[in-house]
Design a protein. Structure first.
Length: 87
């Protein structure tokens, strides 16, 4: 996937965060997709770094690519997966 836009600004609300992109788009993301951010303190969230490809929070051990945000659906490592019962 080719990314033609880079992150310019990140801001947090109670249950989501927003990423403003250089092409004028804004991506809204539920914090529930990223448990490390969800459970991180506001101070640690504000320590995030922006690069041309994504976002990084050293103190929270979290890296998020813009390509990943645009593709969705977020961090699925903690989702409840349903499996068919085996006989």
């Amino acid at each position: 996937m080719s990314i033609s836009s880079s992150p310019m600004r990140v801001r947090f609300e109670e249950d989501s965060f927003w990423v403003d992109l250089s092409d004028g788009r804004t991506i809204g993301v539920p914090l529930a997709w990223f448990p490390r951010l969800l459970h991180g303190t506001p101070e640690k969230r504000e320590q995030g770094r922006i690069s041309s490809l994504g976002l990084h929070w050293e103190a929270l051990d979290e890296d998020i690519s813009i390509a990943g945000l645009l593709a969705g659906p977020g961090d699925q490592s903690t989702s409840n997966k349903t499996f068919a019962a085996s006989a």
